[in-house]
Write a protein that binds this ligand. Structure first.
Ligand code: GRF
Length: 203
């Protein structure tokens, strides 16, 4: 049984998609053992608690400096001995020590077709604003392994989504979530949980 820890910062719709996929049996051999957020007000924490899943907030604001936060965050992860760490809308810079300890076992969902519209400063609505500004006709989402860079790790899955002429950043974000993110993140987790070939071994 793959032990999953999901890291969140906001609404938690990707977390919800994972929980729903486990309930529906489209993810097998996996369980979410903990949800951690840097934001104590994240609705994602409420989603976890509603499902009886351990949910913790470890906020940088509660620590004197980033180093102390990084240590506390890593300790919170280590405590549940995860096989896989899923970054689902997690807006915190991943501590180097976490990459060293868990590289090959951390995945992230990004709301574009990497290598487009990714890297520093590309998160949330900013990604979709950039896609619309560039005038792309197709965008989508990417699940990738996390390495020391920003959105630079090996790609596991991608799914394309059409951009419509009257799209706003908000309508595009919603469609990318519904048609891509909420599909490929659970799919990637199920592949890893069942030993199916992914880009990089390590789990
Ligand atoms: C999603 O758009 C995801 O692609 C990005 O952050 C957002 C998180 O949304 N990484 P949610 O918290 O899963 O609803």
């Amino acid at each position: 049984m793959l032990r999953i820890c999901v890291c969140v910062s906001g609404g938690g719709t990707n977390l919800q998609a994972i929980m729903d996929a486990i309930d529906a049996g489209t993810i097998t051999n996996a369980e979410i053992v903990q949800v951690i957020s840097n934001n104590k007000n994240a609705f994602a924490l409420e989603r976890a608690r509603n499902k009886g899943i351990a949910a913790k907030a470890v906020s940088p604001k509660d620590f004197e400096n980033r180093e102390l936060f990084n240590e506390a965050f890593l300790a919170c992860l280590d405590a549940v001995n995860p096989d896989l760490i899923v970054l689902a809308g997690f807006l915190v810079v991943i501590p180097p020590a976490m990459i060293e300890k868990y590289e090959g076992r951390i995945i992230n969902i990004h709301p574009s077709l990497i290598p487009s519209f990714c890297g520093k400063g590309f998160y949330g609505l900013k990604v979709h604003e950039a896609a619309l500004a560039r005038g792309v006709k197709v965008t989508g989402a990417t699940v990738h392994f996390v390495d020391a860079g920003t959105d630079t790790g090996p790609i596991i899955l991608q799914k394309a989504v059409e951009v419509l002429p009257d799209d706003t950043p908000q309508t595009l974000q919603r469609r990318v979530m519904e048609q891509a993110e909420w599909q490929i993140l659970p799919q990637a987790i199920d592949m890893i949980a069942n030993g199916k070939k992914v880009e990089k071994e390590g789990v």
